[in-house]
Structures are given as structure tokens and as C-alpha cells.
Design a protein around this ligand. Structure first.
Ligand code: ADP
Length: 322
């Protein structure tokens, strides 16, 4: 193998740059040429491909977002759309491709690996952490810490005004960010899609707390695919209990910013592992980290299988908010 490519696709996540940097350095150490593909699959289709040298990845380790750019590409979802992408890779003699992204990116990668003879390795980069085959995805820890900082700040004002707050965090259809930021921030209640809840149930918990010693509380809500649902929940709580509350939706704030040390180290580890996997002739896998070790999961499994929340964390949370 002499030439490989790398792209970032789908939602950006802090730590993607650290991963690109690690892959470039690892590739160069193996005397491989590495090409950066701009704007994900959209750029691959259009041939936006350029050689990455050492300088191209200097001073990016601390930057959020992705210096390669990212995009959503509906075209890539069809075989017809993928044909020019494959031709562009072949034209440049690229024999291996690293895809940094989430489950959509890996669906695309699975299709690509079936249609061409190029080695394909995925690296999990998404703040949502909803990828099967890795304990953590790149960007998750930074997003959790961002949400935590917001929860801490909101607690100051919740305490001062003796008020109920709903803090809505990202996570697409999962409660990973909500669970970890909620535990770390000492949230009184946690509403996540994995655990069905009713507003009546929430009201009875809140009623009990506010009749006791509590004068303020924070409810962390996972957005569950539909941002803004916290407004409805807050309204229903107000109608039922007469409790005044405020809603704070963190939204895209959680996607930006400098990656945490944990994300940078993970990104470095997986960037190097991806290059090594390609050199070893592996294809159609995602490199992840499980129990501190690099783990290889078939790309198809990463999006077909469902990653479960950590049961120990769930149990611990129940105990801590009693
Ligand atoms: P993420 O990778 O963060 O989950 P998306 O779901 O937007 O982000 O997916 C990124 C890109 O992957 C899409 O814009 C599309 O080009 C490609 N993709 C997603 N799903 C498929 C699919 N079923 N087949 C082929 N390509 C796909």
C-alpha cells in the first residue's frame, strides 16, 4: 500500500482534527502518501482531493470542528452517486480510505467497501456516542463536558431563584450525553429515550422533592431526535403543578470547541490504529476502543447493532438521585 485517503463526514465532532493529525503522522511514518478529501462524501464525488503533508496538520490538535470540512451528501446514498467517488479514488491510486464519522458515514462506507476493492476503515467520530463497537466515540467526552459546564452554571441561577430548570442536551435518539452529564452535574431528574417516562411520573417526583427540602431542581432532557420537546414538558409540568420553570436548549453549542484531553488521546489512538489496520490489509471494519484496547468491528455491525447504555451507570444514577 502506497497511498491512502482520509475524510470526515456527517456531524462534526471535537477531536476529528486530532484524529486527522494522528493518521497523517502515522501514515508518513509508514512512508505512505495520505490524501485529504474535503467535505466528506460530497468532496469525494467531486474530486476535492489533495495531498496532506506534515505542515497541513500542524497546530490543529486543539481545534474543534474539522479542517477537512464535512457535508451531508444525498447523492452518495445511491450506487450511481458513488460511482464517480470510486473513480476519483482509483484515478489517484488511493488503495485505502479512512472514514471519520457516525453511523450514516459507516452505512455509506459499508456500501463503498462492497462496490470497490479499496480498503475501508471507519473511525467513530460523533458527539452522540451511539456507535456499536466502541466504548466512546471521538467528541463525546467534549460534548459531555460542555453540557456539564452549562448544567453547573444553570445550577447557580436555579439555586439563586429557587427555580426548576430543564436543560436539553443533544444525543439524537440516545441518552448517552444526558446520562453522563446528568450524573456529573447532579441532575435531580433525567429524561432519556431508553427509559420510558410520563409527565405524570415526573410531576410526582418533582412534587415530592419540592414538598421536601428542595427549592430548585435540574431536569436533564435528551433531545430524542426532536429538539425543543422540553418546552412542552415544562408547560405540562406548569399546568399540573403550577411550578414555574425555565428551559435551556444547548443545541449546537455542544458540537464545537476545543476537544478534551480524553478526546484527543482517543482520537490519536484511533487515527494510528486506522492506518495500521489498512497497512495490515484489513477492510470493512471500524477501529474503536473497548476496555482500553483497540477493537475491530465489522462496519455493518456498527450501525445494524444497537449500542446499549451502561447499565451500571443507570443503576448508580437511580441511587444518587433518591
Ligand atoms: P453521521 O455520519 O454523523 O451519522 P449522516 O447520517 O448525515 O451523518 O451521514 C453522513 C453521510 O453518509 C450522508 O450525508 C450520506 O452521504 C452518507 N450515508 C448515510 N446513510 C447512507 C446510506 N444508507 N447509504 C449510503 N450512504 C449513506
Amino acid at each position: 500500500m502506497k497511498r491512502i485517503g482520509i475524510l470526515t463526514s456527517g456531524g462534526d465532532a471535537p477531536g476529528m482534527n486530532a484524529c486527522i493529525r494522528a493518521a497523517v503522522r502515522a501514515a508518513r511514518a509508514q512512508e505512505l502518501e495520505i490524501f485529504g478529501i474535503r467535505r466528506g462524501y460530497a468532496g469525494l464525488i467531486r474530486g476535492e482531493i489533495g495531498l496532506l503533508d506534515r505542515k497541513a496538520v500542524a497546530n490543529i490538535i486543539h481545534q474543534g470542528g474539522t479542517t477537512l470540512g464535512t457535508a451531508r451528501s444525498p447523492e452518495f446514498m445511491t450506487g450511481e452517486g458513488r460511482t464517480p467517488a470510486i473513480e476519483n479514488l482509483e484515478k489517484r491510486g488511493i488503495e485505502g480510505l479512512i472514514l471519520i464519522g457516525g453511523d450514516g458515514t459507516f452505512r455509506g462506507g459499508t456500501a463503498l467497501s462492497q462496490e470497490c476493492g479499496i480498503g475501508i476503515i471507519g473511525v467513530p467520530g460523533t458527539i452522540d456516542n451511539d456507535i456499536y463497537g466502541t466504548d466512546y466515540s471521538i467528541g463525546f467526552d467534549s460534548a459531555v463536558n460542555c453540557a456539564l459546564e452549562a448544567i453547573d452554571r444553570i445550577r447557580d441561577t436555579a439555586l439563586s431563584h429557587e427555580r426548576l430548570f430543564f436543560v436539553e442536551v443533544m444525543g439524537r435518539h440516545t441518552g448517552f450525553i444526558a446520562l453522563e452529564s446528568g450524573i456529573a452535574g447532579g441532575a435531580e431528574e433525567l429524561l432519556i429515550p431508553e427509559i420510558p417516562f410520563s409527565v405524570d411520573e415526573l410531576c410526582s417526583h418533582l412534587e415530592r422533592s419540592f414538598k421536601g427540602e428542595k427549592k430548585s431542581a435540574i431536569v436533564v432532557v435528551a433531545e430524542s431526535g426532536q429538539p425543543g420537546d422540553s418546552f412542552r414538558i415544562a408547560r405540562e409540568v406548569r399546568e399540573k403543578l403550577g411550578l414555574d420553570s425555565r428551559v435551556c436548549i444547548l443545541g449546537h453549542l455542544q458540537r464545537g470547541g476545543s476537544p478534551t484531553a480524553r478526546d484527543r488521546v482517543l482520537a490519536g489512538k484511533l487515527g494510528v490504529a486506522a492506518v495500521r489496520a489498512l497497512v495490515a490489509g484489513k477492510s470493512g471494519y471500524m477501529v474503536g476502543e473497548m476496555n482500553w484496547r483497540v477493537a475491530y468491528t465489522p462496519l455493518r455491525d456498527t450501525w445494524e447493532k444497537k449500542k446499549e447504555l451502561n447499565v451500571e451507570l443507570l443503576e448508580m444514577r437511580m441511587l444518587l438521585c433518591e
